[in-house]
Design a protein around this ligand. Structure first.
Ligand code: DER
Length: 213
């Protein structure tokens, strides 16, 4: 269908940002799955990849692409990942796939973050998609109470344990006009591991299908 076609196109278009001999930072999700398949067609051009999830690691290894430790690679030139929502300033909501913590780590280590999306992810104001927050399990109720105090409606993503052994709270009911401020505020709460707002550090390039936003 059209959405899948746009995701595939975005994944394939992102290949143009892969430089010779690069170690490529790779995100998580169904759009990134198309990027990984495309990366496999040029795998002799790259040195390897740094992965943001066990899911992406498995797909990379299936294609014979070496998965490297971020502590061994140092800074990366390129990070490619999807998003759940993207506003006009290239600020993102991520975490639909529960990989937000490692995604944020690899994005932070990368000089250029290329975000690959289909048109359905574009919004004027972030927040229709429930905001994922990764929390240390013992702090779930504490963080939930502080979210309520901030006017949100926290819902435990019951049954999901992240690659880091933590839990996810999805926050409904926020229209996030100042995502940088909210990201900073939520990051302060003890027990919060990562917030699914990429606003302090937005994407550098957003590909909607094959078009740069
Ligand atoms: O969980 C994530 O952050 C994913 O990147 C998500 O935001 C995009 O997933 P999709 O490409 O399957 O829509």
């Amino acid at each position: 269908n059209d959405t899948a076609a746009q995701k595939r196109l975005a994944g394939e278009t992102a290949i143009r940002y892969v430089e010779e001999g690069a170690v490529v930072g790779v995100g998580t999700g169904s759009t990134v799955a198309y990027f990984i398949d495309a990366l496999a067609t040029v795998k002799e051009r790259i040195r390897g990849a740094v992965s943001s999830s066990e899911q992406s690691t498995a797909q990379l290894r299936k294609h014979g692409i070496e998965v490297l430790d971020l502590n061994a690679t140092g800074p990366l030139a390129l990070y490619v990942d999807g998003a759940d929502e993207c506003d006009p300033h290239k600020r993102l909501i991520k975490g639909g796939g529960a990989a937000l913590t490692r995604e944020k780590i690899v994005a932070e280590a990368s000089a250029k973050f290329v975000c690959i999306i289909d048109a359905s992810k574009r919004v004027d104001v972030l927040g229709r998609f429930p905001l994922p927050i990764e929390v240390i399990p013992m702090a779930r109720s504490l963080v939930g109470r502080e979210i309520v105090a901030l006017g949100g409606n926290p819902v435990w993503r019951d049954g999901v344990v992240t690659d880091n052994g933590n839990w996810i709270i999805d926050v409904h009911g926020w229209q996030i006009a100042d995502p940088v401020a909210l990201e900073r505020e939520l990051n302060q709460i003890p027990g919060v591991v990562a917030v699914g707002l990429f606003a302090r550090r937005p994407a550098d390039v957003v590909l909607v299908g094959d078009r740069e936003m």
